[in-house]
Design a protein around this ligand. Structure first.
Ligand code: ADE
Length: 250
């Protein structure tokens, strides 16, 4: 039986989930507030990771070791790393890598020392289920929760679902040059963020099925910071809430 850990990077994304929780029970540990309860009949624990790989790794570890979660889903926003991935699109990770890890020449560039791995695969079943939830959201719910004016503002024409590689690092990516370098090394890269691959490594090491689902908030270019702030302040929370709701209710 599943006990689901839901990690969000931003307070806006978690608020609705906590309000939707049945018989919530709060516990603060390691400077984070964990809320355990039922999300649409699913036993769940919600927590804010805060930002960056260490923050995310810490949070994922505590979820497993102290709260006994059996599965982890990370929701949040990401920067696009591909011309076909637009603001408002959803990316479900099939695999994740840490783009800032470099122990060369001792270990190959991008390899996490002593794991022999650079890419960490998400759980196929969880990713399929989140992918289905995302398709359902795009087709049925998005037009109810996002106003036409907001669609216009963010250029959300027909949001798409993508599956593939997400890269994480302790950097907010904010230039075309940075993206070009990342794409050169990993042509299949779809999106960049700051936590997913850290959760992936923790879950790999602890044997916990996980996946990462991200809404694109910006194009990781020179406008990224402004676009990110605007997206997070308005629509990101509705994406996160309705995606988890669709997942839990399926
Ligand atoms: N999360 C959202 N946008 C991002 C970006 N451009 N770089 C890193 N993390 C992000």
């Amino acid at each position: 039986t599943m006990r689901l850990g839901v990690i969000s990077a931003l307070a806006e994304e978690q608020q609705g989930l906590i309000e939707a929780m049945q018989s919530p029970y709060k516990l603060t540990h390691g400077m984070r507030d964990y809320t355990a309860g039922k999300l649409w009949e699913i036993d769940a624990v919600c927590v804010l990771s805060r930002i960056g790989k260490v923050a995310a790794a810490m949070t994922a570890s505590i979820l497993v070791e102290k709260f006994g979660v059996t599965h982890i889903v990370f929701t949040g926003v990401a920067g696009s790393a591909d011309n076909l991935v637009n603001v408002g699109d959803i990316v479900v990770a099939d695999s994740l890598l840490q783009h800032d890890i470099d122990a060369s020449p001792l270990f190959p560039r991008y390899q996490v020392p002593l794991t022999g791995l650079s890419h960490f695969e998400s759980d196929l079943d969880l990713s399929n289920r989140l992918g289905d939830a995302a398709s359902h959201f795009i087709e049925n719910t998005l037009h109810q929760v996002i106003e036409p004016a907001e669609k216009l503002e963010f250029g959300l024409v027909q949001p798409q679902l993508h599956r593939g590689l997400i890269a994480s690092g302790d950097q907010f990516i904010r230039s075309r040059a940075q993206i070009a370098l990342l794409k050169q090394a990993h042509p299949e890269l779809l999106a960049v963020e700051m936590e997913g691959a850290a959760v992936a490594q923790v879950c790999f090491e602890l044997g916990i099925p996980f996946t990462v689902i991200r809404t694109i908030s910006d194009k990781a270019n020179e406008e990224a910071a402004v676009d990110f702030m605007r997206f997070v302040k308005s629509v990101a929370s509705r994406y996160a809430f309705d995606l988890i709701k669709a997942f839990c209710k399926a």
